[in-house]
Design a protein around this ligand. Structure first.
Ligand SMILES: Cc1cc2nc3c(=O)[nH]c(=O)nc-3n(C[C@H](O)[C@H](O)[C@H](O)COP(=O)(O)OP(=O)(O)OC[C@H]3O[C@@H](n4cnc5c(N)ncnc54)[C@H](O)[C@@H]3O)c2cc1C
Ligand code: SF4
Length: 469
């Protein structure tokens, strides 16, 4: 028997989770994190204090009823936990894997004041995986209310909006320009963090089971316009969740050489066109030495993908490690796997050979100057410090912005100076009946913020249609 202090210590410590060995996983696309067993999940859930005013819920953008589902896990009733989660989220196995919980629910968990916060993300993942493996059905199809809504884009914002509307009885169709649904979940985030068939396809299946239709290979603004959807095809409202898929470049010489990719293109070739599968004949250049430019999560994903494809990899970032925008966990995993980080380094030119193929980068050393408007100290070049790095593949991971196609083909839809759609807090755009949310409005952000925006827009679309009817 432990004494009172011993029990308190246990409550303050997390149940650790198993991960693949870094040396082994650096050469395969299997998931890095192995997840909790049922016993581990029950033990971790039993740490929850079931707070009266749960700070974790207040900091979850989709208001998941965290203590309620955790209590069911602690009792060992995983199916009931899955049903509680399903009221607020159609993507729990996704969110349990990729959400930045450390800055949201877990970041505000009361257990974190004196010890380690509850592992809410790992428990959410456990429940979702367990319910999939045990065939628990969470979809409750509502009876039709006779109103039709179109959703543009099948990423997290579109899927969350569609799910909530379908649960209210709407006849919902998602139009997706790619051949597979899921947005960044499908083409951006790599298999070793988010399995495509097991997790993404299954959770999209749950959305379909609510009655949502998904039409792929339809480019809104080309195949059909928003005006045509509303005026000719009888959709009473439209939600735009078209994301921010347009990559940014540095505007330095050499960016059009063979072997220079945007992270978006590189990851799409690997994920959606299965370049990681030796049996596929996807054109992707596997370098001897790949340099990834950037310090966000996308840079980490591109670097870790290149490593698994067989290249040596370094990441070049113009600030210091302290300012890296990527999640600490992703940086830690990348380092464990053997990726080199070159900090305070900025490319000024990409160098090519006589055939127009990348052979290296000319970089300049940086130092940190005064803080900029984001509060971070600005990197300043050190005069005369230029040097070369060898590379035969360069991946630019410098951020993305929304594609201008939809705004350019829809009258009355305003964008701001960053090319993002202008929408109010519930997603209403400058065009009546047209709502928007997710990265298309905020610029590149997170899965859960996109889902939160999709949910708020679904409520606003419901009141728009009901008040119009
Ligand atoms: C490599 C990478 C890794 C990331 N890792 C994380 C992470 O670990 N955790 C996290 O929380 N976030 C992560 N993010 C960010 C997160 O994935 C996005 O914020 C989120 O997917 C945005 O959702 P969305 O629904 O707004 O857009 P998207 O997911 O971009 O989906 C938009 C969809 O709209 C479709 N579309 C676009 N234009 C049209 C059109 N004209 N007609 C029809 N369809 C159209 C697109 O094909 C796409 O399928 C990552 C992003 C990337 C790129
Ligand atoms: S704040 Fe932490 S301890 Fe409290 S209910 Fe939420 S998860 Fe449980």
């Amino acid at each position: 028997m432990q004494n009172r202090e011993g029990r308190l210590m246990d409550r303050l410590k997390r149940i650790p989770v198993r991960e693949q060995d870094p040396k082994v996983r650096a050469r395969n696309f299997e998931e890095v994190c192995c997840g909790y067993s049922a016993e581990e999940a029950v033990a971790e859930a039993s740490r929850c204090l079931n707070c009266k005013n749960p700070r974790c819920v207040a900091h979850c953008p989709v208001n998941l009823q965290i203590p309620a589902f955790i209590a069911e896990v602690a009792r060992g009733d995983f199916a009931s936990a899955a049903r509680i989660i399903a009221r607020d989220s159609s993507l729990p196995a996704v969110c349990g894997r990729v959400c930045p919980q450390e800055t949201q629910c877990e970041g505000s968990c009361i257990l974190g004041v004196k010890g380690e916060p509850l592992a809410i993300g790992r428990l959410e993942r456990f429940v979702a995986d367990w319910s999939r493996e045990n065939g628990v059905s969470v979809a409750e199809k509502a009876s039709s209310n006779g109103h039709r809504v179109a959703i543009i884009g099948s990423g997290p914002s579109g899927l969350a909006c569609a799910s909530d509307l379908a649960r209210l009885g709407y006849d919902v169709t998602i139009f997706e320009m790619l051949h597979k649904a899921g947005g960044v979940l499908q083409y951006g985030i790599p298999e070793f963090r988010l399995p495509k068939e097991k997790v993404v396809a299954h959770e999209i299946g749950n959305v379909r089971a609510l009655g949502v239709k998904i039409e792929t290979n339809v480019v809104i603004g080309r195949t059909v316009t928003i005006d045509e959807l509303m005026d000719r095809e009888g959709f009473e409202a439209v939600f735009i969740g078209s994301g921010a898929g347009l990559p940014k470049f540095m505007d330095i010489p050499g960016e059009n050489l063979n072997g220079v990719f945007s992270a978006n293109e590189y990851l799409t070739r690997s994920n959606l066109m299965q370049a990681y599968d030796p049996a596929s004949d996807t054109p992707i250049r596997i370098g001897r030495h790949t340099v990834v430019v950037g310090g966000g999560n996308v840079a980490m994903d591109a670097a870790r993908t290149a490593l698994r494809l067989g290249s040596e990899v370094s990441i070049v970032y113009r600030r210091t490690e302290k300012e890296l925008p990527a999640r600490a966990e992703e940086v830690h995993h990348a380092k464990e796997e053997g990726i080199t980080f070159r900090m305070l380094t900025n490319p000024v030119e990409i160098l090519g050979d006589e055939k127009g193929t990348v052979r290296g980068l000319r970089c300049i050393q940086m130092e940190l100057g005064a803080p900029d408007e984001s509060g971070r100290r600005s990197p300043v070049p050190v005069a005369g410090s230029e040097f070369e790095i060898e590379a035969d593949v360069v991946i630019m991971a410098l951020g993305t912005s929304p594609n201008p196609l939809i705004a350019g083909t829809t009258a009355g839809l305003e964008t701001n100076r960053r090319g993002c759609l202008v929408a109010d807090e519930v997603g209403a755009t400058t065009r009546p009946g047209v709502f928007a949310g997710g990265d298309a409005v905020t610029g590149a952000a997170t899965v859960i913020l996109a889902m939160g925006a999709g949910r708020r827009a679904a409520a606003a679309i419901d009141s728009y249609i009901q008040n119009k009817a």
